[in-house]
Design a protein around this ligand. Sequence first.
Ligand SMILES: [Zn+2]
Length: 300
Amino acid sequence: MKILLLIITAFIFSFANDFDYKIKAIKLNENSYYVYGKEEYFSKENGGDIANTAFIITKNSVILIDTGSSVAYAKQLKEQIRKITNKPIKFIFNTHHHPDHFLGNYAFKDAKIFATDYTKEDIKNNGELYISNMVNLIGKAAYTTKVKVPNSLLEEKELILDRYKLKILYLNGHTKSDVVIYDEKTKIVYASDLIFNKRALATPHANLQDWIKALEKLKTIDFKILVAGHGKVSYDKKVIDENIFYLKYLHSTLKNAVNEGLDTFEILEKEHPKELQDYSMFKEEFERSIINLYPKYENQ
Ligand SMILES: [Zn+2]
């Protein structure tokens, strides 16, 4: 009986040690895929799987865009890619410094990891802090996560990686440095967190006016498919206008509240547009945005 119990316990623990992300790569075209992150906040149940990642298979290698919230996620992403191709994952982009987009870096020790100087510095200075926060939020799924600072500075407007050409746009607004990757060949644009598709926008480091300007630029790109940072892929430019509408509404709400002398509770009690209320996570994110941004608007 004792032995049986020991076997059962060992069995349970071998499963308990590995969080199963159930990663599924969704095909966008012959060589391009994305992995859809849940439209939720970080939790022990989702293991931090809340942001989209994407990859492009070129002639000799794989280019990965963002690495997820943990090394465990990134390892399982790697396994998923292995099921599709044996080509090495040689190139990685960290689109910005938010932990749900880069904490998987450590699983790719041999890759060239690109990021802007700002993003690189933030990861270098705050990486450990992001990990300890992540352990609090998602628990055991984050235990094996270590910091891996990007090793390649991103500053060119065009990159040729193993003869595969990508255009890079340096924008800001969601953070102080947001990178958008445009694949002219497939007409896919990887918009990073400048786009939240039908998912309420996260604004902890946002400048709303800069973000609107960035989205106006994004509108000038001739794309067929847009991969958002959060939410499903989109096949037209309507998603950009929806994000602009959200940001303009948030901005005017904050500005009017200052003029009317409202407090945050009074702002949140107001009736908000129906189309925004239908976004996933609207209540939580809108509240978070108002609480974070209101003091800045009051001091302007
Ligand atoms: Zn972000």
